[in-house]
Design a protein around this ligand. Structure first.
Ligand code: AR6
Length: 180
């Protein structure tokens, strides 16, 4: 686990499951454009939330890469799900800007709702094929550079499924912290 505080916001990288984030107000879904169940993070989130989530989210489709929308979290131990569509690596360009848009737009939406804590998975690095190291750099640097615009968000958690992904995010977080 790595934890830093920058500009009054606590940022952590933990290994875990995005559907098991008790005490966090909003969890982010690595969604598909149709906001349907799907696999990976999306499949796990929809399974844990129950069918009402897809009922609500599918009405907000289609999403464009980089966009974010918010719904209720239903049976998840959270209040909201923020759904982001990451870029498909090698197809949606510029991939780094579209991935950065996901993190920026999710944080903007969270702050607009008055949310204080948010958990992100590693968007686009599963089925969408974005290599983990550049994706982690974009994720961490975008979050850190968005902190000035946030007023209600005070805790940001990156939830990484594997220990090796957690290591990569942890190193990117330590680098961003020492660059401050
Ligand atoms: N908790 C945290 N991280 C997870 C979990 C979980 N329960 N499950 C997987 N990961 P992906 P994408 C990690 O494929 O690349 C879906 O089918 C996983 O190891 O969920 O944005 C959607 O329907 C990887 O590191 O998201 C879309 O069609 C990361 O989360 C498409 O995949 C993201 O993997 C989205 O692809």
């Amino acid at each position: 686990m790595a934890e830093v505080t920058i500009k009054g916001v606590n940022i952590q990288c933990v290994q875990g499951d995005i559907t098991d984030q008790k005490g966090i107000e909003a969890v982010v879904n690595a969604a598909n454009a149709q906001l349907l169940t799907g696999g990976g993070v999306a499949g796990a989130i929809h399974k844990a939330a129950g069918p009402d989530l897809e009922q609500e989210s599918s009405k907000l489709a289609p999403l464009k890469p980089g966009q974010a929308v918010i719904t209720d979290a239903y049976q998840l131990p959270n209040q909201y799900v923020i759904h982001c569509l990451g870029p498909v690596y090698g197809k949606d360009e510029p991939a780094d800007e579209l991935l950065a848009d996901c993190y920026r737009n999710a944080l903007k939406l969270a702050d607009k709702k008055g949310i204080s804590s948010i958990a992100f998975p590693s968007i686009s690095t599963g089925a969408f094929g974005y290599p983990i190291e550049p994706a982690a750099k974009v994720a961490i640097e975008t979050v850190v550079s968005s902190l000035n615009e946030l007023s209600t968000v005070k805790s940001i958690v990156f939830v990484l499924f594997s220990e090796s992904d957690q290591d990569v995010y942890e190193k990117a977080l330590q680098q961003a912290h020492s660059d401050q």
